[in-house]
Ligand binder design. Structure first.
Ligand SMILES: CC(C)(COP(=O)(O)OP(=O)(O)OC[C@H]1O[C@@H](n2cnc3c(N)ncnc32)[C@H](O)[C@@H]1OP(=O)(O)O)[C@@H](O)C(=O)NCCC(=O)NCCS
Length: 219
């Protein structure tokens, strides 16, 4: 019997009306570090990232693309070719509602806010999640105070958010997000890495996350 080694389906590039969602390239590093170094953009995270930490994050994102076939796509404005940040799919961390599932997330440079780019990219990412990968629901997690992020969730049709305490009880971070379970997928492929550890640290301080859920039919 011959066993064929096949990798995951690949979703390297997505075109939207105004954006190219793509794998990361070397020239993204500098503008990515600039947005990660902006205290306003990183207001709901433990703190701004320096160049090395920003590069390491880009490396982790790229390695997840290799493993999963999808990820946090680099966003490029089609008209200008400018890199403006990321939007996409990422494994949920362990220890929060939705652990083992997939979340959707976004981080854009400040000058790219208020153009509808995050929502446009997120809708395309949900298309990959539901129609390409075959997931039926997706989680999202954000600080309860992060109104712009919660507004994106609302636009996507996320169900009513739940404010939760972490399983660790008092003094531990709460979590906020929404789920789309990983139906038909091997949970072991979900690296609990994750980018959200930094978020959990911040919410440990703030103490409150919000959890909601967007289902396939909600779009
Ligand atoms: C979260 C974040 C991506 C939201 O960005 P955003 O610009 O508010 O969201 P969108 O890209 O969907 O844009 C929506 C806005 O664009 C406006 N807009 C302008 N032109 C538009 C168009 N052609 N189509 C749609 N919306 C448009 C909308 O009216 C809306 O306006 P508002 O911000 O005044 O309400 C952004 O605040 C961010 O990167 N924050 C820092 C990182 C972060 O906290 N990430 C989340 C961590 S969990």
């Amino acid at each position: 019997m011959r066993t064929e080694m096949t990798g995951p389906a690949r979703f390297d590039t997505i075109g939207t009306d105004r954006l190219l969602m793509r794998r990361w390239v070397g020239s993204d590093r500098e503008p990515f570090a600039a947005l990660n170094g902006d205290p306003e953009t990183m207001r709901f995270f433990p703190g701004p990232l320096g160049q090395a930490a920003s590069d390491a994050l880009a490396d982790r994102i790229e390695s997840l693309f290799e493993k999963l076939g999808y990820g946090l796509w680099a966003l490029e404005v089609q008209e200008t070719g400018e890199f403006i940040g990321f939007t996409g799919l990422n494994p949920m961390p362990a220890g929060v509602p939705g652990a083992g599932g997939v979340e959707i997330g976004w981080r854009l440079a400040r000058h790219a806010w208020h153009h509808g780019y995050a929502t446009e990219a997120a809708r395309a990412a949900l298309g990959v999640a539901f129609d390409g990968v075959g997931l039926s629901e997706i989680w999202s997690m954000t600080a309860v105070l992060n109104e712009p992020s919660i507004a994106v969730m609302r636009r996507l049709g996320t169900d009513r958010g739940r404010q939760v305490r972490s399983p660790g009880g008092a003094g531990r971070p709460s979590a906020c997000g929404r789920t789309w379970p990983t139906a038909g997928r091997d949970p072991s492929r979900h690296d609990p890495l994750t980018l959200r550890e930094e978020v959990l640290g911040r919410h440990h301080v703030r103490g409150q996350f919000l959890v909601g859920r967007t289902r396939r039919r909600a779009r």
